[in-house]
Write a protein that binds this ligand. Structure first.
Ligand SMILES: [Zn+2]
Length: 117
């Protein structure tokens, strides 16, 4: 996440108040890579988005807790490690305040893949 191109993500996306995610990182005094260490990744297998299928992980904008659909995530990570990493970065953007629709989940993932993949 320390590559300059990947770091650009934080300036390209904003939270609901219009602050860039980079401003939110700066306010925390963190780099993108170091910030990942502040996120709590926990098993979300017993929660609806995981039970419903199709999700790898989920969170709410601004929350530091990311629920991981462990079985689906592990299966993806075993086959496509880069895509698994991209989904972690996707959720990390949400924890910094990025909402969704707009931008669509696919657009977020596409941009993360283009910058960090
Ligand atoms: Zn998302």
């Amino acid at each position: 996440m320390e590559e300059p191109l990947c770091q650009r993500l934080f300036s390209e996306f904003s939270d609901a108040s219009g602050r860039t995610l980079q401003e939110n990182l700066d306010a925390l005094g963190q780099t993108g890579g170091a910030y990942l260490g502040l996120i709590l990744f926990t098993d979300g297998s017993d929660r609806l988005p995981c039970k419903a299928g199709g999700a790898l992980a989920f969170t709410t904008p601004g929350s530091r807790v990311v629920y991981v659909c462990t079985r689906a995530f592990k299966s993806l990570a075993d086959r496509y490690p880069v895509r698994a990493e991209v989904s972690v970065i996707h959720e990390a953007l949400h924890t910094l305040g990025l909402g969704e629709n707009p931008p669509s989940p696919a657009e977020i993932t596409r941009t993360v893949l283009a910058r960090c993949g």
